[in-house]
Design a protein around this ligand. Structure first.
Ligand SMILES: Nc1ncnc2c1ncn2[C@@H]1O[C@H](COP(=O)(O)OP(=O)(O)OP(=O)(O)O)[C@@H](O)[C@H]1O
Ligand SMILES: [Mg+2]
Length: 305
């Protein structure tokens, strides 16, 4: 079960006091990696001996916090706890009503199908950065070598950045999921039906698909001033109607960034190479680059044998 699976499963059963304790730990974690029971009692205004103890052991059993024992006893949020705080905020903001199935669990994100209160489908992406999972690191020293709670910060930063990118390119009609909301390390966006381009063994009109990709990279660059910077066949969704959407934007840079040209070239190299290798369609990298930057056209679409 992924951390988001845990959060989705237990969220409905959480009481206000549970959420308050999670929030107190979250806040204190900006100062300390581990937060003591006394601190938690003080800031949550719960009775120390009874209520705080009860909440902490309950949250720990639910898998939302982690307790470290030794010379110092302290608590830290784990990803599921952080997920619950974000889910709670999104429910309160009226953008999230229910979770559906998991759309993808990876190293850096968990993505879920969800519904908003109007019954419309959305996709919810939980960013996971900067921390090896708890399952892999049961030993104490693995924690102490980590900078204080930086995973919280890095994951939130990734979500903020991705949401920002979507908001920059979406109004220019770049083919991306609609940005709906963001809280902490989570973004809510329009749901897309389809599969990663990499998963298609064959596509009937590769030229059409590549043209769409290049047109969208061009729009993002020229109109929104944005370079994706992690573009590949894994971050392009091909819908059943053969239209594409470009996803996964947390690494974006603006056109003014000192490495923008280099990153744009790399993006285009990934795509042109993929089409040459997998779909027997060759476009010169130089031509693709000059098309995308508005300096020229693509003159040859060849089919190497
Ligand atoms: N808006 C969306 N609608 C439907 N499915 C989506 C959406 N966004 C992402 N997905 C699914 O989730 C997968 C992972 O999303 P994304 O590429 O944004 O994250 P990632 O950081 O690459 O995660 P990972 O580390 O799992 O590869 C996608 O390949 C896709 O299958
Ligand atoms: Mg991806």
């Amino acid at each position: 079960m992924s951390s988001a699976d845990v959060a989705v499963k237990v969220f409905r059963n959480l009481k206000n006091e549970d959420l308050r304790v999670l929030q107190v730990i979250e806040t204190a974690m900006s100062q300390h990696e581990f937060v003591s029971k006394e601190q938690i009692a003080r800031f949550s205004k719960l009775d120390l001996a009874r209520d705080t103890h009860f909440r902490l052991s309950r949250l720990s059993k639910l898998g939302l916090i982690y307790r470290i024992t030794g010379a110092y006893v302290g608590y830290t949020l784990n990803y599921s706890g952080y997920d619950c705080l974000a889910i709670n905020a999104l429910v309160k903001a009226g953008v999230l009503e229910a979770f559906g199935k998991s759309l993808g669990v990876g190293k850096e994100a968990d993505v879920f199908d969800a519904l908003n209160p109007k019954g419309e489908r959305t996709a919810i992406k939980f960013h996971r950065l900067g921390r090896i999972s708890f399952r892999q690191t049961r030993r104490k020293r693995d924690y102490t070598t980590q900078r204080s709670a930086s995973w919280l910060y890095q994951s939130r930063l990734a979500a903020e950045k991705e949401f920002q990118a979507l908001k920059l390119v979406y109004p220019h009609k770049v083919a991306v999921p609609e940005p709906i909301s963001q809280n902490r390390h989570v973004i809510v966006m329009g749901m897309i039906d389809g599969a990663e381009l990499a998963e298609y063994k064959e596509i009937s009109k590769p030229e059409k698909v590549l043209k769409q990709i290049l047109r969208n990279v061009k729009k993002a660059y020229l109109k929104a001033g944005v370079v994706h910077a992690d573009l590949s066949e894994y971050n392009i969704i091909l819908k059943p109607d053969m239209h594409i959407l470009i996803i996964d934007w947390p690494q974006y840079v603006t056109r003014e960034h000192p490495n923008a040209q280099e990153l744009l070239t790399r993006d285009l190299k990934n795509i042109t190479r993929f089409f040459e290798r997998k779909h027997m369609l060759k476009v010169e990298l130089k031509e693709a680059l000059s098309y995308v930057t508005g300096e020229g056209r693509i003159t040859t679409w060849s089919h190497p044998t």
